[in-house]
Write a protein that binds this ligand. Structure first.
Ligand code: PLP
Length: 369
C-alpha cells in the first residue's frame, strides 16, 4: 500500500513504540503514587516534557499534556475571560472553529480573519483586528489541507504590541518545519503527537507563563492543576520520544519530503486540468492539495484506494451531506471546484517509487474516466 495521508495521521515510529512498551506492561504504576512503580512513571513524564520543551525552545513547566490537538485548542480558547472578544482565522481546524462558535453562543464576541486566494491571512485583516482589539487571536501555523504556512512571527509581533494574546495551532507544522515557540512570539501553541509518528490521543498546549489558563477538566490536580486526570504515561513517553526524534532528524526529513514533493508536482504538471491550491505560497514540504477539472475528489479517492493508494479528499462529511471544504471556500474557490479536491500528504517513509506509481495511476484514472 502507498500511504499518502500523513496530515491525517502518521504510523508510529518503531523507536517510539519501543520507548512506550515498558510503560504499558512493566511500569504500570500511577505516576502520582509515591512508591517506586509510580515514581518511575513520574520520572518518564518529566523526561518527555523535557524532550518536547527542548524541541520547542521552552521551559518544561510551560507544557500541559492533553489528550490531543483538539483538547489543546479547546484549552487555548478557554483562556478567554467572560464575555471577551476574540478572533480566529476562517481556515482553522474544526477543533478551533467549533469551540469558537460555541463560545460565541455563550456571549463572547467572535470575529473571523479572512484569507486571500492563496490561503494566507492578509495585512488588512490584521489591521482590522487590531482596531477591534480582542482579547485573543488564533491563527494556525500551517494549514492541514493546503499546507500553506502563515507568517506567524510577523502577526504575533503586531498583535502582541497591542496587548492582544496570540494562539497558534502548530499541529501540522511540528515535525515538518522548525517550530520555535519564542521565535514565533506566541502566547499559546497547540501540538499533537500522532502527526509526528507518536501515538494517537496525546498532545500538548504550550503557554507563556503570564497567560491565565482556565482548566476544562477538574479533578486530581495533575499537570499543575491545568489538566486533571491520571496521565497517559505511555502516550506521553511516546510523544516525548517522537519529539526527540524530530529534533535530531528534522533537516533530513524536510529535505526528503521536499524532494519528493517537487517530484510529485513535476508529475502532476503533466495532468490536464489540474490545479494545485495555494501553489504560489510557502507550503509544508509534504503537502499538495489538487483538484482535477470535472473529477469528483471523493470518487477519485475511492478509485485510488482500489489501487492501494491512500489520499484524502477535500470535503467534510457533515450529517451525510457532503460539504465542500470550508478552507477552500474561504479562499474563494467555487463549490464545484472545491469538490474536486484531493490532498496528498507525504511522510518520511515514502519513496520516489511511490510517487512514480501514484502519478502512473492518476494518469490512468484521469485518462480512462
Ligand atoms: N489542528 C489541526 C491543524 C489538525 O490538522 C488536527 C488533526 O487533524 C488537529 C488540530 C486535531 O488534533 P488531534 O487529532 O490530536 O485531536
Amino acid at each position: 500500500m502507498i500511504y499518502f495521508d500523513h496530515n491525517a495521521t502518521t504510523p508510529i515510529d518503531d523507536r517510539v513504540l519501543e520507548a512506550m512498551l515498558p510503560f504499558l506492561k512493566t511500569f504500570y504504576g500511577n505516576p502520582s503514587s509515591l512508591y517506586r512503580l509510580g515514581r518511575v512513571g513520574r520520572s518518564a513524564i518529566d523526561t518527555a516534557r523535557e524532550q518536547l520543551a527542548a524541541l520547542l525552545g521552552v521551559q518544561p513547566g510551560q507544557i500541559i499534556f492533553t489528550c490531543g490537538g483538539t483538547e489543546a485548542n479547546n484549552l487555548a480558547l478557554a483562556t478567554l475571560p467572560p464575555q471577551a472578544g476574540f478572533a480566529v482565522s476562517a481556515i482553522e481546524h474544526p477543533s478551533i472553529i467549533e469551540p469558537a462558535l460555541y463560545l460565541q453562543s455563550q456571549g463572547h464576541t467572535l470575529s473571523l480573519l479572512d484569507v486571500n486566494a492563496d490561503g494566507l491571512i492578509t495585512q488588512d485583516a490584521i489591521d482590522e483586528i487590531i482596531r477591534l482589539k480582542p482579547h485573543l487571536v488564533s491563527i494556525m501555523l500551517a494549514n492541514n489541507e493546503t499546507g500553506a504556512v502563515q507568517n506567524i512571527a510577523h502577526y504575533a509581533d503586531q498583535l502582541r504590541a497591542h496587548g492582544i494574546k496570540f494562539h497558534s495551532d502548530a499541529v501540522q507544522a511540528l515535525g515538518k518545519i522548525p517550530v520555535d515557540f519564542n521565535r514565533l512570539g506566541v502566547d499559546l501553541m497547540s501540538l499533537s503527537s500522532h502527526k509526528i509518528y507518536g501515538p494517537k490521543g496525546c498532545g500538548a498546549l504550550v503557554f507563556e507563563k503570564n497567560v491565565a489558563i482556565n482548566p476544562i477538566l477538574l479533578g486530581g490536580g495533575q499537570e499543575q492543576g491545568f489538566r486533571a486526570g491520571t496521565e497517559n504515561v505511555a502516550a506521553i513517553v511516546g510523544f516525548g520520544k517522537a519529539a526527540e526524534l524530530v529534533k535530531t532528524e528534522l533537516d533530513e526529513r524536510h529535505a526528503h519530503l521536499l524532494k519528493l514533493r517537487m517530484l510529485l508536482e513535476q508529475g502532476l504538471s503533466a495532468i490536464p486540468g489540474l490545479t494545485i491550491f495555494a501553489k504560489q505560497v510557502e507550503r509544508l514540504p509534504n503537502t499538495v492539495q489538487v483538484g482535477i477539472h470535472g473529477i469528483d475528489g471523493e470518487m477519485l479517492l475511492m478509485q485510488l484506494d482500489q489501487q492501494g493508494i491512500a489520499v484524502s479528499s477535500g470535503s467534510a462529511c457533515a450529517s451525510g451531506v457532503r460539504e465542500p471544504s470550508p478552507v477552500l471556500a474561504a479562499m474563494g474557490v467555487e463549490p464545484a471546484q472545491a469538490k474536486t479536491a484531493i490532498r496528498i500528504s507525504l511522510g518520511k517513509a515514502n519513496t520516489e517509487a511511490d510517487i512514480f506509481e501514484f502519478i502512473k495511476q492518476l494518469k490512468f484514472l484521469t485518462e480512462t474516466r
